[in-house]
Design a protein around this ligand. Sequence first.
Ligand code: 5RP
Length: 225
Amino acid sequence: MNQDEKKKKAAEAAFLRVLPSLNKETILGIGTGSTTNFFIEELNKAKVSIKGAVCSSEASKANLESSGIKVMELNEVYGIDVYVDGADEFNSRFELIKGGGGALTREKILANSSKQFICIVDDTKFCELLGKFPLPIEVLEVARSAISRELMKMGGKPVYRQNFITDNGHQIIDVHNMKIDIPYELESTLNNMPGVIENGLFAKRTADIIIQATNSDILTLEKDT
Ligand code: 5RP
């Protein structure tokens, strides 16, 4: 099975998992990326009847158009029942790196506003010590160089993501070789730098459930509460 086929399997499994709980009051959270797009395909096919969906990007909003689901803003709802999104890396503590698609800030806000966060991945995304995937950080343009210098002092190799502006109008720095020993601490440290909008470490609000597709299986991992 290639990676795309595995992404699709994980998304289909997530859809089958959430389907029985969907009703007219449900607010669904929808992330961003190719794995999430497979989940959106399932929604588009099934024509489910829910109160609405809040999306983490303009791209996902557009993809959801033919589903018949009302696209809502987070400000219009009290919270999200279930948030479904992919990740660039995950570990056994359900901590994630996200933001490969550049939607990390809205993704973290949605995850944080959700009762349940289901992360859909293929097995190539597993990485016990997070950081093989360059860590995305959304920054204010004026602070980009200053933040990059700080990241270099921390041992990272910041690379400005060329020709990319987030849906929030900001730039992204992808940090290579970042030492992420304690993701929870680094997440706060990075967000305390002036000019950082958000970083792609999801260690405070981790996933609750990880649905992982391998060549032979779909594994549903549930975090102990
Ligand atoms: C977007 C994300 C995505 O979830 C992440 O990049 C994974 O993408 P894909 O499903 O295409 O592999 O965080 O900001």
